[in-house]
Every structure is written in C-alpha cells, then in structure tokens.
Design a protein around this ligand. Sequence first.
Ligand SMILES: Cc1ncc(COP(=O)(O)O)c(C=O)c1O
Length: 459
Amino acid sequence: MASGTITQTILDDYQREFAGSHGLHERARQVISGGITHDGRFLRPFPPYIAKAKGAHKWDVDGHQLIDYAVGHGSLIFGHDDPEISAALKGQVSEGTHFGAGHLGEIAWAEQIVKLVPSAEQVRFTASGTESTLLAMRVARGYTEKTTILKFEGHFHGWQDYALKGEKPPFEKTSVPGIPRETLSTVAVVPSNDLAMLEERLVQGDVAGVILEPSGASWATIPLKEDFLGRVRLLTQKYNAVLIFDEVITGFRWAPGGAQQRFDITPDLTTMAKIVAGGMPGGAIAGSADLMEMIAFKDEAGWNANRRVPQAGTYNANPLAAAAGLTCLRKCEDPAVQQYCDDLATQLRTGLNEVFVELDVPAVAWGESSIFHIAVGKKAANRIAGDLHTPEGLEAEYLKGSGGNALAQTFEIGMLVEGVHLFHSGGFFSTAHTLEDIKKTVEATRTVGNRMRNEGLFG
Ligand SMILES: Cc1ncc(COP(=O)(O)O)c(C=O)c1O
C-alpha cells in the first residue's frame, strides 16, 4: 500500500489512544524538566504514564495492559510485586526503614553477595549503580595511586562525571556539557573489542583501572568478541590496572554469580545495582579484600588521613533495600531462574528475526542471556530468521544509537499501541514472562512492521 492511502498512522493511533499519558506529560513538563525523570525515558511525541504493575505486565493511565520489557530498568528479574520480595518489604516497613546505624540485614545481604559473586570477598553498599561505579573508580585510583580510568566506547556506567566520555555516539567526541575538561582528561576511551589500542594505552603506565560492561556496551548492544574479556584480564594484570566489571545489569542475570561466573573471568572489583537490591534503590561494590580494605578505617599511622578512600551515603544499605535485596538474591541462587529467562529471550529474538525476514524490513534483533535489542533502519549482513548474538556489517555507533532514531521511536509507539512496552527498543525478561507474552510480542512486531512498511517509513 502506498503511504498516500493510509488514513490512520501509528502516530495518530498513539496520540488518540494514549491521550491520558499525553495530558500527564503536558502537566509534568510544567514542573519536571523536560517532563521526564531519566533521559532514557525520552520518547516522541510523549512517553506512556503507568498506573500499576503486576508480574510481567503493567497498566497505563488510559487502561491499556502492556507487556513490560522494562521490568524496572532490568532490576525486577522476578517481575512486579513478587510475593516474597513484597512480603520482605512490607515486613521491613513496620520494623523500621532507616536506623542510622548498622543492622543485621546489611550483613546477611553482604554475605549473600559474597556467596554468589566469584570476585566478592568484601562488599560496600551504595544507593545506585552510578554511585557504585564512582566508588569503584575511586578505590582503583586510591589503591594504585594512578589517575586514569580507561573505559570502552559505548559502555554505560551511570551518569557520574568519569562515566560519560565516549558513551554516546559519536564516540570520538571528547566534551560532555557540564563536565569540566580537566575531569574528562582523566578518562581514556578505547573502541570496544580493540585489544591493540587497549595495550597501547595501558603501556603508558598511568591507568588506575579499566571498567567495562562484561556483556558489551549497554547490555550487549555492541557485543564483545569471544576472547575479549580473557585478554583484558591478562592485560590489566600485566600493567597493574584494576579490572572493574560493571555488573549493574549482568549481575545475577547472566548467571547467579553474574557475567563473571558465566564467562569464568574474575575481575578485581565488581559494581552492582538493580537486581542486587531486589529492584529497590540500592547498589554495591565488591572485590578482593586487599582492594576493598582501601575503604576501611585502620589503626596504622597516617592511614585514615592519607591513604584511606572515603565513602559515605545516607541511603547505603537502607533496610528496605537490604530486605528486598537479600530475598531477591536468595531466589537468584537457583540457576533455573536465569535459564528460564535466557530461554524466553532466545525464543523472542528468534521470533522477531523471523518476522523481519518474512516482511523483508530493515530491522534486526540480537542479544545474549535474557535480554534483546531491536534496531530498525538497516539490514545486518548476517541477517537470519533465527537468533543472533552479533549483527554484522552494522557500525558500533548505529547499534548503540539506533534506539534513539526516528524509526525506532515510531516502532516503539507502534508496539505500545499493540500492548508492548519496550525499553530502549529492547528489553529484559523476568520469571513472570511467559511464552504467551512472546507470542503476543511477535504478533505485535508483525503488525507494526507491516504498518511501518505501508506508511512508507522504510523508504
Ligand atoms: C551497566 C550500568 N552501569 C551503571 C548504571 C547506573 O545505574 P543507576 O541507574 O542505578 O545509577 C546502569 C544503569 O542502567 C547500567 O546499566
């Protein structure tokens, strides 16, 4: 069908059916900058507003039931309102929500992290993933007494000042509004998967720590080559740089012990958030005892004033986060949890690629573990009607940035109209998702792909 014969576009439908969200967004814009509370929730022409959530579904203010692939930005691996986590939270509310002191819950929570995460001998809690990466970088710098943090293009480590250089395309851009040039000059950025450039930079001797997402940038949008993590481990040892795995997403999802367990590579430090706190605001760093002791007070002369790495935080190991986190991590111990989610994701990635090939539209789905990504606009060279780990022939900047392009945004609102809420054109699985959700998502994709083609959006 030619675009001229379309009477109702995806945009028309979205604006009509999500009118309640539109109204709330206009109201939000009066008092909340840009109307959103996280850059990642930006969606044209306006984002959906949610009234309640349960299991793998949520309901927007206009009453639509949506399959939820955001599941708390990946933090709710057991879905919304998991009975055990909710009971732990409710029980803790009546016991107290902030003691301004140590408590049993934080010890049990740390013990559970040490039990599950291979690199974890000791733990410190934070209030978010951003705080976790900030603290890990500080520990690496304090321990090595070196300055530079080396990171990889596209890898996301939260929004603190040392984390944003080279995060968004174009990767070679070295300035970030609001962050002093002097601060950015202490961060080196190397292309993903480029071991030669990594060694070239490490050999200069000033690198305190190397931080990366062990899934590849933004939960596997730019997948890593198979031997990459092992080679980075060897190089960081050779040049005395602290290796930090940012497992804010992969932790307890890629395996009970995170990506480090799945790939059998042990970093020096691990940063966590999301699942670690059972979906509550909270995070942690963990690592070898000698590194983690950098934060501890000691009786040694001069240590506390001159060598110790400081950390504070009103909400660190908050009793609510501890209660949810401990309950969640006890449940994560069973590898059947991650296996179930992985299997569903494999089936969805396969189903999506089958639709894209069948419709012959320029789109691809890929991913690993229990996540999936969709890029709309270009065809991968290795396009297949099956599961894909690494789309070939598409630049890293396209893979990382495709979720923000106009086609992807139309695809996302089209999926909302069909009852599916994607997250950055992709999503996360929880144990609450079912095969029925996958079937509906694949059908929704067929409908939206067809509509976009009929609207002439693929050119
Ligand atoms: C890999 C990674 N690191 C760090 C962060 C920042 O975590 P938070 O949003 O809790 O500050 C995120 C958030 O999505 C993340 O995906």
